[in-house]
Design a protein around this ligand. Structure first.
Ligand code: 1GP
Length: 237
């Protein structure tokens, strides 16, 4: 089951099929000691680009999962599929609407055990994903914590993903969210470029996601693996 696999992820890289990455950089990323590769992005996502990246990733032993963002770009053959549901939006399409469409299209063919639901809380109003999903990203600590409470106690979802995509987040916000979570796993992603940033979020997040740095400084991106893994996670609850 994907949920069990993800329970062991401390650090993951997110690769965007719409961005260029040399073979050498891909090799460095895949041999970095990270726990998994997520293939996913916000715009320009096509079946063909995902398929091409998947083919290049196949020669490495690392688990590779697809974060599904477009019903027309679901490529078979991944180790699992991450299904985002944006919580801080009023647009039903991004909460469960697109999901229903996928169920209507694929029905019984969906490999449920290979799916993992991610409850997204988007906190960078300037990010593409925030604009696309019309997220209410300007939350304060109390509001952010209430989303965490919703996911942990009411929905009982497996993962809450704090998404700061492109910007390093506010530690106090991430800590406030983390304090509400016991069973739900916390993913953090956004703007990690330095050791200090990696260590800061690794204290609160079970899984730290690094994306953009792969494309701007692959050597540093590789270093984030040990920065995260050498940091002790604070006790939950
Ligand atoms: C993006 O959360 C990931 O979806 C990682 O964010 O690209 O800013 O590292 P960055």
């Amino acid at each position: 089951m994907l949920e069990q696999m993800a329970a062991g992820w401390r650090h993951v890289f997110k690769l965007d099929p719409n961005r260029r990455l040399s073979d050498l950089s891909l090799e460095k990323v895949c041999q970095s000691g990270t726990d998994a590769i997520i293939v996913g992005g916000t715009d320009g996502i096509t079946f063909e680009d995902i398929w091409k990246l998947q083919k290049r990733l196949r020669k490495y032993l690392l688990p590779c999962v697809l974060e599904v963002s477009d019903i027309n770009a679901i490529v078979p053959g991944f180790d699992g599929y991450l299904i985002p549901s944006v919580l801080n939006t009023d647009q039903a399409r991004w909460i469960h609407g697109a999901h229903l469409k996928a169920i209507q299209r694929y029905g019984c063919g969906i490999p449920w055990k290979q799916l993992l639901l991610l409850g997204y809380v988007i906190l960078n109003p300037e990010s593409k994903v925030s604009r696309l999903t019309e997220a209410n990203a300007g939350l304060d600590e109390e509001a952010a914590a209430s989303y965490a409470c919703l996911v942990e106690h009411l929905f009982k979802w497996p993962v809450l993903y704090v998404e700061y995509s492109g910007k390093f987040g506010d530690e106090n916000m991430v800590r406030a969210i983390r304090r509400q979570l016991k069973k739900t796993r916390l993913f953090y992603g956004g703007g990690i470029t330095t050791r200090r940033q990696a260590e800061t979020m690794a204290k609160w997040a079970d899984t730290v996601v690094v994306g953009n740095l792969v494309y701007t400084n692959v050597e540093k991106a590789v270093q984030t693996v040990s920065w995260v893994k050498e940091t002790n996670l604070q006790e939950k609850g």
